[in-house]
Write a protein that binds this ligand. Structure first.
Ligand SMILES: Nc1nc2c(ncn2[C@@H]2O[C@H](COP(=O)(O)OP(=O)(O)O)[C@@H](O)[C@H]2O)c(=O)[nH]1
Ligand SMILES: [Mg+2]
Length: 214
């Protein structure tokens, strides 16, 4: 039976369906454990507690991810998820976690730097920030890093449900105007995992990077 659907919903359905098949593959502590570097890959980054896992869950409907991200140790790993045999989504370990030692921070930097520098299949990065305090010092450094590596970045200003529309919009405009953003290959959008706000826009962005038919 044919049902009427709004054009925006209609166009996002096949992408959504493809992304919803995403499954956990492996948690890597070292680069040697990364899966074969072929096809298309997109990575999610951001400070711990920014809302990275919730955004990934919303986009990929990964029930297993929610569990994965609560497993001790897993949040310090590079977690690989497969969309299909040629496409992957990666959850990078969050930075700025509270009780990390200097040695842990150095290990984080080494693993993530190595991943960003060497990953040929990496087509773009989703950088997740809390809409209430975007562009922390570390976010800025991370963006400079991505700029130097010529990596495309899509900033997700998440937890938009925590602000009024006006204040969320103000945060969006302020972030878009920041020179670390205007300088590079960077796009910015509002998002809420809780209210599924901005989900079709994020799915379209991912589909573009992953070479999924839109
Ligand atoms: N209100 C609201 N809370 C959110 C949203 N996304 C995540 N959170 C909450 O923020 C906290 C951290 O989320 P999580 O996804 O685990 O962050 P991660 O450490 O970056 O993976 C949790 O308590 C989530 O419930 C959102 O869109 N809206
Ligand atoms: Mg997480």
């Amino acid at each position: 039976m044919l049902m009427y659907m709004e054009p925006d919903k209609l166009s996002s359905v096949p992408i959504a369906a493809a992304l919803q098949r995403t499954r956990f593959l492996v948690g890597a502590r070292h680069a040697v454990q990364f899966p074969a570097d072929t096809g298309w890959e997109v990575a999610f980054a951001g400070r711990s507690n920014a809302g990275k896992s919730s955004a990934l869950n919303a986009v990929a409907g990964m029930r297993s991810l929610a569990r994965t991200s609560r497993t001790p140790g897993r949040t310090r790993e590079v977690n690989f998820f497969v969309v299909d045999e040629a496409r992957r989504v990666v959850d990078l370990p969050g930075y700025g976690f509270a009780r990390a030692s200097d040695a842990e921070r150095r290990r984080w930097a080494r693993t993530v730097e190595r991943y960003l520098q060497e990953r040929r299949s990496l087509k773009g990065l989703v950088l997740v920030m809390d809409v209430r305090h975007p562009l922390t010092a570390f976010d800025e450094r991370f963006l400079v890093w991505c700029h130097e590596l010529r990596l495309a970045v899509h900033i997700l200003l998440t937890k938009a449900d925590k602000l009024s529309n006006n204040r969320a919009r103000a945060s969006l405009l302020k972030t878009r105007r920041h020179d670390v953003v205007t300088r590079g290959q960077v796009t910015v959008q509002l998002f809420s995992a809780r209210q599924r706000q901005g989900l079709p826009a994020l799915q379209k962005h991912l589909a573009g990077w992953l070479g999924l038919p839109v």
